[in-house]
Design a protein around this ligand. Structure first.
Ligand SMILES: NC(=O)c1ccc[n+]([C@@H]2O[C@H](COP(=O)([O-])OP(=O)(O)OC[C@H]3O[C@@H](n4cnc5c(N)ncnc54)[C@H](O)[C@@H]3O)[C@@H](O)[C@H]2O)c1
Length: 252
């Protein structure tokens, strides 16, 4: 599997899983556009060490103008965007709380980044895919959506919306050879996972593992593999799907 001469855009690429996707795409020859609210310099350096080219952009995924100028810059190299990974989301900054305790402003802000941000990024990138030879969009959902994670209703709902968006968009963009799929991971021990669960992280990991068919903790590389497959031509007739990377908790 190679991504030579392909332009791959990753949102939320400053650290965590977004950084892991970037390094592997770079190792496989991709030209990267790394975007985040935070500085992506560290990820760009790692991507360059891995053998890829990397541009960075400070982008708020709720901003149409920032996304559109980023997408235009990304497409300059070869006139198109080949892959978009919609990874940016609010979750490390959220906390466990009952559904009737979530502030309305927090609900709205979570939806703005996790749902509207995915739509806007798809819209900005898709025009640079439709005009070329097609492309692959991968939206990062979560096991939270399919399992129905309690005490984080805004996040759970936002990730379920990502699955619906993925399905609808797959039908609209199929005629342009643009595929749209989602990846729904179980808990991976990133900094954001530690921030979200706090001192309940081990309990959450134990609880989910007890429901996994394959009872070991997820590694970053487990999710990276699914994203690479969906980005590559190996999955060329797969669209509209949600690929669970959860060790076998949920079977769709
Ligand atoms: N780590 C897990 O256990 C896990 C499990 C299931 C799904 N996920 C999903 O995987 C993705 C990455 O998770 P992670 O653990 O690496 O978390 P993370 O917090 O490290 O990654 C999210 C990134 O999005 C960025 N971001 C937030 N708001 C933004 C905005 N408005 N515009 C641009 N960038 C913005 C953040 O700065 C951050 O770098 C998220 O979509 C998360 O919901 C993670």
């Amino acid at each position: 599997m190679r991504f030579d001469d392909q332009t791959v855009v990753i949102t939320g690429a400053a650290g965590g899983l977004g950084q892991a996707y970037a390094v592997e795409f770079a190792r496989l020859g991709a030209r990267l556009m790394l975007c985040d609210l935070k500085d992506c310099a560290e990820t760009a350096a790692l991507a360059q060490d891995a053998g890829g080219e990397a541009l960075t952009a400070k982008v708020d995924v709720t901003s149409t103008s920032e996304l559109e100028s980023m997408a235009a810059r990304a497409a300059e190299a070869n006139g198109r965007i080949d892959v978009l990974v919609n990874n940016a989301a609010w979750w490390g900054n959220l906390k466990l709380e009952r559904f009737d305790e979530v502030a309305e402003e927090l609900w709205d802000a979570t939806m703005a980044v996790n749902v509207k941000g995915v739509w806007l990024a798809c819209r900005a990138a898709a025009r640079h895919m439709k005009s070329g030879e097609g492309g692959s969009i991968i939206n990062i959902a979560s096991l939270a959506a399919t399992y129905g994670m309690a005490n984080v209703i805004h996040y759970t709902t936002s990730k379920a919306a990502v699955i619906g968006l993925t399905r609808g968009l797959a039908r609209e963009l199929g005629r342009y050879q643009v595929r749209v799929n989602a990846v729904a991971p179980n808990i991976v021990s990133t900094q954001a996972a530690a921030d979200f669960f706090g001192d309940k992280l081990d309990a959450a990991l134990n609880a989910t593992q007890s429901q996994q068919a394959i009872r070991r903790p997820l590694r970053t590389s487990d999710v990276v593999g699914a994203v690479l497959w969906l980005a590559s031509d190996l999955s060329r007739m797969t669209t509209g799907q949600t690929l669970m990377v959860d060790g076998g908790v949920t079977f769709l």
